[in-house]
Design a protein around this ligand. Structure first.
Ligand code: NAI
Length: 270
């Protein structure tokens, strides 16, 4: 169901890799709500070609950019404003990647070059996006910027290794840049801390199925789906949440407030 919540708004959506991606669902919901946007992803991810299908469905153009490259981000913001015919009202940062996780490295055996890569791709890129937007004066007043995070920023999930630190940095960047952009242009910046979700990035984490089931059994509402995350993200891009900024917003079916649940007790007692 559409409420025209984003009618007339222009945006940039990072991170739609395939139909399972959270960014893919956000793009579809944003389109339903009347937004116009540019889709972007790393040139490597583009080669798989799936994003073209999404672009057709959403009548969106694609501008490739490696989110760790300031130069490519400058090109992205310049081109996006040309394509959309004006400044930007919303940005979704839905980017995460850890070479250490990909290669199955344990927390006691980190490759530090890869650790830096994890931080660059998954956290610093968020700062770069906002710094480029600020320098180009590319954002409209009351624009909304959202990045996706995970509760491993605050709690220990051993298999999440260096991504835990990346998410902690990401959330800190949201607060600090949120202050700056709020003062400068009344722009709001938030992170959404999402339940485990069956996507390429999600299922790449060791033991994913176990902590997916664990979170599902701990949460009174169960795990939040990617579709529900898209609904929440759209609400944050809309004018209905204008005074929400510098927050890490839990979107997890209640998981973060739980100690233990009856479902988990029953499982352990078996
Ligand atoms: P996904 O694998 O579909 O999306 C990750 C995206 O990051 C891909 O589109 C990939 O191409 C992009 N990316 C990687 N390196 C890049 C670079 N250098 N420049 C530009 N883009 C790059 O997986 P998902 O789950 O949709 O991930 C989106 C966000 O949600 C990530 O920040 C992830 O950490 C976060 N998240 C995911 C959860 C899950 O369980 N799937 C839970 C909580 C947060």
């Amino acid at each position: 169901m559409s409420y025209n919540l984003l009618k007339g708004k222009k945006g940039i959506i990072f991170g739609a890799l395939d139909e399972k991606s959270i960014a893919w669902k956000v793009a579809k919901r944003a389109h339903e709500e009347g937004a116009e946007f540019v889709l972007t992803n790393a040139p490597m991810a583009m080669r798989m070609g799936e994003i073209k299908k999404l672009a057709e469905e959403c009548k969106a153009e694609i501008v490739p950019a490696d989110a760790t490259s300031v130069e490519e981000l400058e090109n992205l913001f310049t081109k996006s404003q040309e394509i959309l015919g004006g400044k930007i009202d919303f940005v979704l940062h839905s980017i995460g990647m850890s070479p250490n996780i990909r290669k199955g490295k344990s927390y006691g055996d980190m490759n530090y070059d890869w650790f830096l890569k994890t931080l660059d791709v998954s956290a610093l890129s968020f700062h770069k996006v906002m710094q480029v937007a600020e320098k180009q004066d590319a954002l409209n007043e009351w624009a909304s910027i959202v990045a996706l995070s995970y509760i491993a920023a605050q709690r220990v999930f051993p298999d999440y290794t260096d991504m835990s630190q990346a998410k902690a940095v990401l959330e800190s960047i949201a607060r600090n840049y949120g202050y700056r952009l709020g003062k400068l242009k009344k722009v709001r910046v938030n992170t959404i801390s999402q339940s485990p979700t069956k996507t390429t990035a999600g299922t790449g984490v060791g033991g994913f199925d176990v902590f997916y089931d664990y979170a599902d059994k701990m949460s009174p509402l169960g795990n939040a789906s990617a579709e529900a995350c898209a609904d929440y993200t759209v609400s944050l891009f809309s004018d209905l949440t204008k005074m929400v900024t510098m927050q890490n917003l839990m979107h997890d079916g209640g998981f973060s407030s739980m100690g233990i649940s009856e479902d988990i007790v029953n499982m352990i007692q078996k």
